[in-house]
Design a protein around this ligand. Structure first.
Ligand code: MN
Length: 199
C-alpha cells in the first residue's frame, strides 16, 4: 500500500490574499509531496507497509525517525488542507462551539490560547486543537510531530491544526508569524473541524 498525496479541494490562489498561491503551490507540490514520497520509500518492504497512517502515528515512538518525521508530515498536511477553505470566517457552532465555551470560557479565549501556542512554538512545528476523551485542549508539537504520537505532550485526536513552519507563511509574512495566525482565523472551515470533533 502506498500513501497518496491528496488533491486540494480548492485552487492554489483560492486563499489569497491571506495565503498566497505561490506558497500554497510549493507547500503542496514540494513539501507535502516530499513527505509522502519519503514515507512511502521508507516503509516499502517493512512491517509498516500495510498499516494505516493513524496506526503508524500511534507507534511513532518506536519507528525510525524518518518514518516519524515524514509520516507526521503526510498526516499533518492532510488535516491542514482540509480545515482551510476560501472565504472561511464562519464561527464554530452547535456542539463544537458548546465544547469550546465549556473548556476555554469563550471562543475568543480559545483563539487567544491557540494563537499563543502557535506564537510560542519555537522553531518549526504545529499548534493544535485536540480532542482528549470528550474534552478540548490546545497544544503544540515540534517538527512534524502531532498529538496522535505517544511522544506528544498533549495526546488525543487533532481536530484543527496550524502549520507554523516558515515554509507555510514566509513569502507573504516573513518573520510575522502572528499575522499569519491572525489570517488563519478567516480561512477555517468550521464544518470540517466539527466533523473531526464528532469523529
Ligand atoms: Mn508545511
Amino acid at each position: 500500500m502506498s500513501f497518496v498525496l491528496p488533491n486540494l479541494d480548492y485552487a492554489y490562489n483560492a486563499l489569497e490574499p491571506l495565503i498566497d498561491a505561490r506558497t500554497m503551490e510549493i507547500h503542496h507540490t514540494k513539501h507535502h509531496a516530499a513527505y509522502t514520497n519519503n514515507l512511502n520509500n521508507l516503509i516499502a518492504g517493512t512491517e509498516l507497509e500495510n498499516l494505516s497512517i493513524e496506526a503508524i502515528m500511534a507507534k511513532a515512538d518506536t519507528v525510525p525517525a524518518g518514518v516519524r518525521n515524514n509520516g507526521g508530515g503526510f498526516y499533518n498536511h492532510n488535516l491542514y488542507w482540509k480545515v482551510l477553505t476560501p472565504g472561511g470566517s464562519k464561527e464554530p457552532k452547535g456542539a463544537l462551539k458548546d465544547a469550546i465555551v465549556r473548556d476555554f470560557g469563550s471562543v475568543e479565549e480559545f483563539k487567544a490560547k491557540f494563537a499563543a501556542a502557535a506564537a510560542t512554538r519555537f522553531g518549526s512545528g504545529w499548534a493544535w486543537l485536540v480532542k482528549v476523551n470528550d474534552s478540548l485542549v490546545v497544544g503544540s508539537t515540534p517538527n512534524q510531530d502531532n498529538p496522535m504520537m505517544p511522544v506528544s505532550e498533549v495526546k488525543g485526536t487533532p481536530i484543527l491544526g496550524i502549520d507554523v513552519w516558515e515554509h507555510a507563511y514566509y513569502l507573504n509574512y516573513q518573520n510575522r508569524r502572528p499575522d499569519y495566525v491572525e489570517a488563519f482565523w478567516q480561512l477555517i472551515n468550521w464544518d470540517v473541524v466539527a466533523d473531526y470533533f464528532h469523529g
